[in-house]
Design a protein around this ligand. Sequence first.
Ligand code: GLU
Length: 417
Amino acid sequence: MTSTNENVSAFDEVNVFFDRAADRLGLGDGRREMLRTPWRELQVSIPVRMDDGTIKVFAGYRIQHNGARGPYKGGIRYHPEANQDEIRALSSLMTWKTALVEIPFGGAKGGVQCDPTQLSEGELNRLTRRFTANIEHLLGVSRDIPAPDLGTNSQTMAWMMDAYSQIHGHTPAIVTGKPVELGGSVGRDSATGRGVVYVTRETAVDLGMDPTGARVAIQGFGQVGSWTARIAGELGCMVTAVSDVQGGIHNDRGIDVEQLVKYQAEAGTVVGFPGTERITNEELIELDCEILVPAAIDRVIHQDNAPRVKAMVVVEAANHPVTPEADDILNDRGVKVIPDVLVNAGGVVVSYFEWTQNLYQHQWDMTRVNDELNKIMTRAYRSVADRVARDKITHRDASFQIAVERVAHVSRLRGFI
Ligand code: GLU
């Protein structure tokens, strides 16, 4: 999975969308600068004793973009290309995402530049503890609450919680996405994928598209992609292609997703799943299908391949999978793009449920989690769709406008400006 825009700042790209919203809202230069700029950025170095006895030093970041609406919230990613600019871009997306779905958080993101697939469990544990110790002074249950992201999972959150609790006493609400046995919420694992499916359902209604039998191609088969694939069946959709870092698979008559999950657990990849033909990640983007779901890394749809996208709708389950140039090309071609800040918000919404459950020491059941998630995602989709209809703008522009408006409004109420 490669993107062609590695030398272009991801933060600048996301701000193309922000600026468009700020223009339409008539925000002056000062206010715009205030809303665009991260409030706090911390870079740390993380020395880790490796299993072979050597010491390696990793770069880590926590960027708190905006806390006007509540404590900072956002994931921690472990990825070889995690860098300050990317984390900055992702932290700003969290600010707009939490505002759009109206949960009481600001936006943040963190990351460590490392390849988690090349580290042992012991190395990952030590890395996570040292990273937590180095950013601990920024965290707090009403200050900043991390969660999993690309390359991290519930185990990483358990280590973070433990490292924080060693200093502050037992503090489950300090991270979300924890194992259920340690105060995690049921339904958190599947939450982002479930939210993707709820938003797809609402989009199909709006477009007058019957989801039954609609062909869905999903790039990425990690937490987000695999749950999206599993839950898509509830709409009657047919998953015809999926991929992971090793490549993709395709069968136009549909893939048995539950069997594929079992296959992947053993083989470590989706590639080679019986009854499918092998395709590349690049081919998946250009596949003949109705719904294309990029659910892996950023900037996989760019100006070079956007003209060849054949789907009717692109549902952005990953963060920032479509560059601004590609976004314009898709819009001009009549391909609907449903943006990341709306589509993948289910994860942080159930993180919010987890945090509240921790604060009042209670546990919800799966039905309650999924029902409340459905309510919030549907409400957010409807507010975006209303704005699209009212102002004749794209779903992305409508989403950014609503979000920026809300953050600007509370900034005024709090008396920042
Ligand atoms: N990493 C996820 C995201 O990008 C979830 C963040 C959270 O739950 O705080 O939305």
